[in-house]
Design a protein around this ligand. Structure first.
Ligand code: GAF
Length: 372
């Protein structure tokens, strides 16, 4: 294995183990996690593999095969860039009172670039899973996900919800993960498209609108302000949508409209999956996209063109997935329509002079685990 060779080369010893944690794609339930709502992601076949050994001296040495030379971190606060996702997990474990000292870590990631499929959650969760085992902490998967989220919120400084880390930690092959982000109760649901002659295509726009950084935090603030104005703990608690909308104006009104209807769409989609009607979920995907575009305002031209052209090319439904402002769209497509969808998206992009997106199917993969 490449990580093991690189570990030997960098640190002159065998790693004590090798772990893998996947990225995720979200089927539906977008920008609902930090509103105590519902999400339905699944773990993807791409992620981060890590060769790890413990160290007793409190030092963390980390190398990424995608970034070059090993970095030695004596003082966690001084770590920079991507290394903060790794040492942030050490920080979160220590802050929670776990006796974690140091580690030697080599990571190798294969989440497609710019796809918005949560390579950062995969990185955090693989480190958390390895350290849990190497230090004998006995943490539950959800506890590892929560510590990974804490690392991202309080150490990296990105106020994300729990969806990505939970999907990476708890994903199961062939199944989607239904998560109640308030109670943290989760359940996996079979999501096997092959038997139905369908595919879930990822359309990777490859773009990330840097100017939009900060927009995530602003959306979250809009939601929290709206919840305060409505006198509820979180937008999850809004039961009378019309009544709530009557009390709000402007952006807050639009955000509430999205979050409340998106939670309903998650429940409706689960109902369809339970009824064996996966072919019928397309309309919910389309509605989710329109709501994210018009009410939550986190889409962008590249995502809209991907979604619209995929549907024109014969997809049963499509939507942006993840935080937005770039990354990927997903499209539910019958096997015999895959080529026409691919062509429709490709020519829509070519007409605009945009780089053609990569398009590939995704199937639910297993969550974080030890490989050797
Ligand atoms: C990003 C965040 F990290 C998630 O927590 C979630 O809020 C998502 O955007 C939007 O659904 O991936």
């Amino acid at each position: 294995m490449r990580v093991v060779d690189a570990f030997r080369e960098s640190f002159g010893a065998e790693p004590q183990g090798v772990w893998h944690a996947p990225g995720r794609v979200n089927l539906i339930g977008e920008h609902t996690d930090y509103n105590d709502g519902f999400v339905l992601p699944f773990a993807v076949p791409w992620g981060v593999t890590a060769a790890v050994s413990r160290r007793e001296d409190g030092v963390v040495r980390v190398r990424s095969l995608q970034a070059g030379e090993p970095v030695t971190v004596d003082d966690l606060d001084r770590a920079e860039g991507w290394v903060r996702y790794v040492v942030g997990v050490v920080w979160a474990l220590r802050a929670a009172g776990h006796p974690v000292r140091g580690a030697d870590i080599v990571v190798d990631g294969d989440v497609p670039q710019g796809a918005g499929l949560s390579s950062s959650a995969a990185l955090e969760v693989v480190v958390g899973t390895a350290l849990d085992e190497l230090y004998g902490l006995g943490l539950a998967k959800m506890e590892i996900a929560l510590l990974a989220q804490k690392a991202e919120n309080d150490f990296v400084g990105m106020p994300c919800g729990i969806m990505d880390q939970a999907a990476s930690a708890l994903g199961e092959e062939g199944r989607a993960l239904f998560l109640d982000c308030r109670s943290l109760a989760s359940r996996t649901i079979p999501f096997d498209l092959t038997a139905e002659g369908l595919q879930l295509l990822i359309i990777n726009t490859g773009v990330h609108h840097e100017l939009a950084d900060g927009q995530y935090a602003r959306r979250r603030e809009d939601c929290e302000n709206a919840a305060k104005r409505l006198g509820v703990d979180a937008l999850r608690d809004v039961t009378d949508l019309a009544g709530a909308l009557a009390k709000l104006t402007g952006d807050e009104r639009k955000r509430v409209q999205h979050v409340v209807t998106e939670n309903h769409r998650v429940e409706a989609l689960i109902g369809l999956l339970r009824a064996g009607a996966v072919r019928e979920i397309g309309a919910l995907l389309n509605a989710s996209h329109l709501s994210l575009r018009d009410q939550f305002e986190v889409s962008c031209a590249e995502l809209d063109v991907a979604v619209e052209s995929a549907v024109r090319g014969g997809a049963r439904g499509a939507r942006m997935t993840g935080g937005g402002f770039g990354g990927s769209a997903i499209a539910l497509v019958a096997d015999d329509k895959v080529e026409s969808v691919r062509q429709a998206v490709t020519s829509a992009y070519a007409e605009r002079g945009w780089a053609v997106p990569e398009i590939y199917p995704a199937t639910p993969a297993a969550g974080a685990r030890r490989l050797t």
